[in-house]
Design a protein around this ligand. Structure first.
Ligand SMILES: Cc1cc2nc3c(=O)[nH]c(=O)nc-3n(C[C@H](O)[C@H](O)[C@H](O)COP(=O)(O)O)c2cc1C
Length: 246
């Protein structure tokens, strides 16, 4: 336990029942709000992750101890939410595939857990990592392009469930390669979408699915301007090439 942090109390069985009920209520609100996908957060040191990891779960009752005991509450919640959520809409579970800490949750545990989630009708495993200890952004796992893709790939191949890859996937060609090589079924883009909110449109152009000046489906206020700038740029580049050749 890090200095200055609150020590959580051990949840009683009635408290677990209330929490499960709260999750179901949240699921119902999400239906009313019209969401298409429900993702249950089991990663990054949040409560479900605390149940799963042997580092944080020190219970000795049926909700702790061995892997089966530690998975029990998160699986009960997943089951309750899958029952709540419409059959024709998917439920994702975001996991920290590894804690990245000595004696913590491992990829082998994630594979076992994903099999249990699949058996309960969960549709997609969203493979992140870390977050159980220290700063949320502390690099427990070495960062590189798509550093968490191998987790999505292993879960996908060993469990036969759809996976989502996330983390430092920036280049559309790299994202497409992950899908084409069947390492994951979905790609999540977070920070790059903040840097470039038009990433999906740019990706379509980069992948050759749309011509360079296909800005008709961009926000109309500036799509028109960008389309015309592209044509101007094309003309300037052509003039420059011609000038170099003369
Ligand atoms: C502003 C911001 C808020 C985030 N909030 C959450 C969060 O509440 N829960 C979560 O699991 N991840 C959260 N993340 C992490 C992202 O979901 C994602 O896993 C992470 O940024 C790595 O993907 P990226 O390299 O594409 O950004 C957040 C990221 C950003 C940039």
């Amino acid at each position: 336990m890090a200095e200055g942090h609150i020590v959580p109390h051990k949840l009683s069985i009635p408290e677990l029942t209330v929490l499960k009920d709260d999750w179901v209520k949240a699921g119902k609100r999400a239906i009313e709000a019209g969401f298409d996908v429900l993702e249950i957060h089991n990663a990054h040191g949040y409560l479900m992750h605390q149940f799963l990891s042997p580092i944080s779960n020190t219970r000795h009752d049926g909700y702790g101890g061995d892997l089966k005991g530690r998975m029990r509450f998160p699986l009960e919640v997943a089951e309750a939410l899958r029952e709540t959520w419409p059959d024709d809409k998917p439920v994702f579970v975001r996991v920290s595939a590894v804690d990245g800490l000595e004696g913590g949750w491992t990829m082998d545990d994630t594979v076992v857990y994903a099999k249990e989630l699949k058996a309960r009708g969960i549709d997609v495993i969203d493979c992140s990592s870390g977050g159980l200890f220290g700063s949320a952004t502390a690099a427990r796992v070495k960062r590189s392009w798509g550093f968490q893709v191998p987790y999505a790939e292993r879960v996908r191949s060993e469990v036969g469930i759809k996976t989502m890859a996330v983390g430092l996937i920036i280049d559309p060609l790299f994202a497409e390669d992950i899908l084409q090589k069947e390492k994951a079924d979905l790609i999540a883009i977070a920070r790059e979408a903040l840097v470039n909110p038009c990433w999906p449109q740019m990706a379509e152009i980069a992948l050759g699915r749309k011509p360079i000046d296909a800005m008709d489906d961009w926000p109309v206020q500036y799509g028109w301007w960008l389309k015309h700038r592209e044509r101007t740029l094309e003309q300037i580049r052509a003039d420059e090439t011609a000038a170099r050749q003369n």
